[in-house]
Design a binder for this molecule. Structure first.
Ligand code: AMP
Length: 302
């Protein structure tokens, strides 16, 4: 059998979102951790998606995934309605409140990994229930696994989530999740505790204040690209992590230099993702715009 070209598989949620910010609102738009992560990753490396949608999932959304050249062999379509989520951002555009979550077809999701995906060297477990993330880990033989999660699972499924954390190479959390997971106030101390659980790397995302990557012998700090306006922060973390692992998959190596470059890629893709609702900005993003912002950013950080 010919070698499968996919180096990266992303498993996560696919949703129809309704999002309100203090300045704007969008109803029934494409969202979900896998949507943002796959779109971002596919800018750097061919990406396979594993997720579930209902029969109501608009064909235009599937066409959009194809626009990004995302491989859809792992996308299941099941009787019933697609996962739906709605949230509202507070004035600072940083914190948000979930207004409703309708699991729908997600409630019975069994993430079956197509045989052609199983040996992909890079795996991104984007945010879904940790029990599903474990089912995926059991089927994959990836050598590098990146994990994302959310406060909901820290609050309700800490034991399962800890089992997942023990089995991954890079844990990505935001600042409040790092503190919530460890009970520690200072991020280097929180990162140390998280590294002690098993991962080789812990990435702490600090929104507009940038990000920090910790390993046992190294720390990498990067600022965020300074944006004049943010339209919708939804999916920024997924786009960051998707861009980061897509960039890693494209080099096929994980070392300090490639990780730093991958963090640059993640920061810049995330900066585009928040310039519009849903995948709208990533959809129109040209290679030259992406490269130009990466160039500007590199000049800023020296
Ligand atoms: P983020 O802004 O990175 O937290 O990701 C936002 C996306 O997460 C939205 O597009 C939602 O559809 C999706 N989402 C919200 N709640 C959940 C959940 N409980 N499980 C999986 N995905 C979710």
């Amino acid at each position: 059998m010919a070698e499968h070209p996919l180096k990266l598989i992303v498993v996560g949620s696919i949703g129809i979102d309704t999002v309100a910010t203090p300045y704007d609102r969008a109803e029934n738009i494409l969202g979900g951790s896998a949507s943002y992560a796959c779109a971002a990753a596919s800018l750097f490396s061919p990406t396979g998606m594993v997720g579930v949608v209902g029969e109501d999932f608009p064909t235009e959304h599937e066409d959009l995934y194809r626009h990004f050249a995302i491989d859809l062999s792992g996308l299941q379509k099941k009787p019933g309605e697609t996962f739906r989520w709605s949230g509202v951002y507070r004035d600072n555009m940083d914190e948000r409140d979930t207004l409703s979550t309708e699991l729908n077809v997600f409630a019975d999701f069994n993430p079956e990994i197509p045989p052609t995906y199983r040996e992909a060297p890079f795996l991104f477990l984007a945010n879904i229930h940790p029990a599903l993330q474990l089912l995926v880990l059991d089927q994959m033989q990836s050598s590098f696994v990146l994990l994302d999660t959310m406060d909901l699972w820290i609050n309700t499924e800490l034991e399962l989530l800890t089992q997942v954390i023990r089995r991954v190479d890079l844990l990505a959390v935001n600042e409040s999740e790092a503190k919530q997971l460890t009970g520690e106030r200072f991020l280097p101390v929180a990162a140390r505790k998280l590294l002690d659980l098993g991962p080789d790397y812990v990435l702490i995302k600090k929104g507009e204040h940038g990000c920090m990557l910790f390993s046992n012998d190294r720390t990498i700090l990067l600022p965020a690209y300074p944006l004049a306006s943010v339209i919708d922060p939804t999916g920024a973390g997924d786009a960051f992590a998707g861009g980061m692992i897509g960039a890693l998959a494209s080099t096929d190596r994980v070392d300090t230099a490639t990780l730093r470059e991958a963090m640059v890629a993640g920061s810049i893709v995330a900066s585009f993702a928040v310039e519009a609702f849903s995948l709208d900005r990533l959809q129109t993003l040209s290679r030259s715009e992406l490269n130009e912002r990466i160039r500007l950013y590199r000049a800023m950080i020296g």
